[in-house]
Each structure stands twice: as C-alpha cells, then as structure tokens.
Design a protein around this ligand. Structure first.
Ligand SMILES: Nc1ncnc2c1ncn2[C@@H]1O[C@H](COP(=O)(O)OP(=O)(O)OP(=O)(O)O)[C@@H](O)[C@H]1O
Ligand SMILES: [Mg+2]
Length: 146
C-alpha cells in the first residue's frame, strides 16, 4: 500500500491509523534515508497512543520505552548499532513480549527482526510517501482524509 505524505497532517493521520491496530508483539520497521520522516512517523504513532511527553529521536540511547494507556511501546533507532548482535543487549525480545516496537534503521539488525513485522519504507525524494508491506491484517488500514 502506498500512502502519500505531503504534509505533517498526513503523517499524523497515518500514525493514528497504525496506532489503532498496534498490539503487543508487533514490530514496525521504519526504513528510509536520512530525513525521510521515520522519527516523525514514530512520534505520530506514539502521540496517537496517548504519549504526552516529548518524543526525542533515540539516536544515542538507541531505545526509549513509553508506557501508553493501552500498550508499552519501545522506540528504537539502530543507526549507531555497530554489530547486529548488539541488538541482543537492547532487549528487543522482551520489548516485544511486553508490548510493541517501532524500529528506525532496521537494516542495521538484518536477520534479527520478526518476520511478521509491518515494514514502512519512507521516501522523500520527489514527493514524500510511505510504502507499507506486512501481514494481511495491516492491509486494511483506514487512514483519515486530511
Ligand atoms: N510528511 C511530512 N511533511 C513535511 N515534512 C515532514 C514530513 N515528515 C517529516 N517531515 C520533516 O522532515 C524532517 C526529517 O524528519 P525525521 O527526523 O522524521 O526523519 P528521519 O527519517 O527520522 O531522519 P533520521 O534518518 O535522521 O533519523 C523533519 O524536519 C520533519 O519535520
Ligand atoms: Mg530519525
């Protein structure tokens, strides 16, 4: 599924739709070049789940966990991961047992991520857009018109 993201409102609408379906055990892989909008979409999902605090990019901490009313969500940014094996120290297995995970730069952890993840490829070249791929239940996302 391709979703045009011409402005921040469009990213917020996509974030809301994903948040509505997100459950324990879900991994959302946010792929895309520097500045393509990965953190912005992660933030939109977290805000839609009720996170009121600031959502910084976990560039240096690599992971930041949020307790939302319905679900615990761990936000990863693997850009600075040196070896895929380092991921084991970041508690992804536990994070997925307890809740959901939003993962920027999943390419850094090749082969260590759930196969049934929702993959979102963000592009910001000619026009901003997201391409979603994942199990059936993600194919019926209802995204509000903004
Ligand atoms: N749909 C959108 N419309 C307009 N601007 C956007 C949109 N999505 C993101 N942006 C802007 O693009 C910039 C980069 O976004 P963001 O930090 O989310 O990218 P990123 O993919 O997380 O980058 P990095 O690879 O550095 O982590 C920000 O200034 C953000 O406000
Ligand atoms: Mg980012």
């Amino acid at each position: 599924m391709m979703v045009p993201l011409p402005d921040l409102a469009a990213t917020q609408a996509l974030g809301m739709a994903i948040a509505g379906q997100l459950t324990r055990g879900d991994a959302v892989l946010l792929q895309g070049d520097l500045g393509s909008g990965k953190t912005t979409l992660a933030r939109a999902i977290l805000v839609a789940l009720g996170v009121a605090e600031a959502v910084p990019s976990p560039t240096f901490t690599l992971v930041q966990a949020y307790d939302t009313p319905r679900l615990t969500v761990s936000h990863y940014d693997l850009y600075r991961l040196k070896r895929a094996a380092e991921l084991d120290e970041l508690g992804l297995g536990e994070a997925l047992e307890d809740g959901a995970a939003l993962i920027e730069w999943p390419e850094r952890a090749e082969g260590r991520l759930p196969r049934d993840a929702l993959t979102i490829r963000l592009q910001a070249d000619a026009e901003r857009r997201a391409v979603l791929e994942g199990p059936m239940r993600w194919q019926s996302l209802e995204i509000a018109n903004v």
